[in-house]
Design a binder for this molecule. Sequence first.
Ligand code: MG
Length: 163
Amino acid sequence: MIPKTVLDALKAQIQKELFSAHTYLSMSAHFTSVNLPGFAHWMRKQYEEETGHALKIFDYIHERGGRVVLDAIEKPQADFKAPLDVMNRVLEHERSVTASIHSLYELAVKEKDYPTQIMLEWFIKEQVEEEKSAEDVINMLKMIGEAPAGLIMLDRQMASRGS
Ligand code: MG
């Protein structure tokens, strides 16, 4: 059995991952509305990825004999500004998810819950990737500056994201 404190924290993490998914889907809608289909696609992939993260924890809880009861998902932001602002929000959001995964890990260590520690290692690595991919796009947007041709090229590149 998962210790109660860890179980509660895992359930809270499911909600955070679902909120992340919701946020990225909202960003995808925004990019579609401003004619940046590549960015919209990238955000949609991000949405799918976050849903996958929630399901990973969902399945893990049940595997260990727990029971997930879902909560409401907070309303995501719907008004966005320039792509750079949106991507800065993505990075900020991912950093907060990283912090939350790290404190979850610390809790699992404190509770001597070894299986949860192993499960969370995947998430710790994943967060390194999440932050890097947001930073990569931010750096490109900074290089592009106000040049529309650069943004169109980057949008095409964002469209090629496979998973
Ligand atoms: Mg996630």
